[in-house]
Design a protein around this ligand. Structure first.
Ligand code: ADP
Length: 195
């Protein structure tokens, strides 16, 4: 199973990604997590992207694409993956298309998790208290949402035209959202391809 999770910051992509990963036995690959791990470990990549993440902008496509290309070549991703937070720009969509074409594979579905702006802001502010993420301040949250609407929301239409898009309401308790996700994955993606 090869799927993408789309949705604004705070829609619950990370939470659902972990659950889907466990249920379907595919690695959940989060570009945000990869960047944060590099920042924490003080790598060259981490130093390069630190200020970008802190400001809520996007890391340049060539940097992000190279990271995903390497990650998808690792053994655990060869038979399937879930991408959380990638692609986020049309340039990244094109790069991913090339990576998949090189591997002779293709996407099974694109799940778009939706949530009200008020709700996502509230969730992110709560996460700021619980986890202290550097980019969860109110100003940066606004910026991340604006960048999402400008750069990433249009990708839903791109995948919609390809017949891959499944929209899932991300509001409500986690278990209810998970049930909707499973239903969305089941419709058309079932029986799940065990490749
Ligand atoms: P969020 O919940 O804000 O979407 P993520 O962990 O997915 O959190 O991403 C955090 C930050 O990492 C983004 O605001 C951006 O700076 C950077 N980032 C993550 N994925 C990408 C990507 N595909 N392209 C560019 N920048 C990215």
């Amino acid at each position: 199973m090869r799927i993408i999770l789309l949705g604004p910051p705070g829609a619950g992509k990370g939470t659902q990604a972990a659950l889907i990963s466990e249920r379907h036995g595919v690695p959940a690959i989060s570009t945000g997590d990869i960047f944060r791990a590099n920042i924490k470990n003080g790598t060259e990549l981490g130093r390069k992207v630190q200020d970008i993440l802190a400001g809520g902008g996007y890391v340049p496509d060539e940097v992000t694409n190279a990271i995903v290309r390497d990650r998808l070549l690792q053994d655990d991703a060869v038979n399937g993956f879930l991408l959380d937070g990638y692609p986020r720009t049309t340039g990244q969509v094109e790069a991913l298309d090339e990576m998949l074409a090189d591997q002779g594979t293709s996407l099974d579905a694109v799940l778009e998790l939706t949530a009200d702006t008020d709700e996502v802001v509230a969730r992110l502010l709560k996460r700021a208290q619980d986890q202290g993420r550097a980019d969860d301040t109110e100003d940066v949250i606004r910026r991340r949402l604006a960048v999402y609407h400008e750069e990433t929301a249009p990708l839903a239409a791109v995948y919609g035209e390809r017949g891959l898009l499944r929209r899932v309401d991300g509001m409500g308790p986690v278990e209810e959202v998970t049930a909707r996700v499973e239903q969305a994955l089941g419709r058309g993606a079932e029986p799940l391809d065990p490749r």
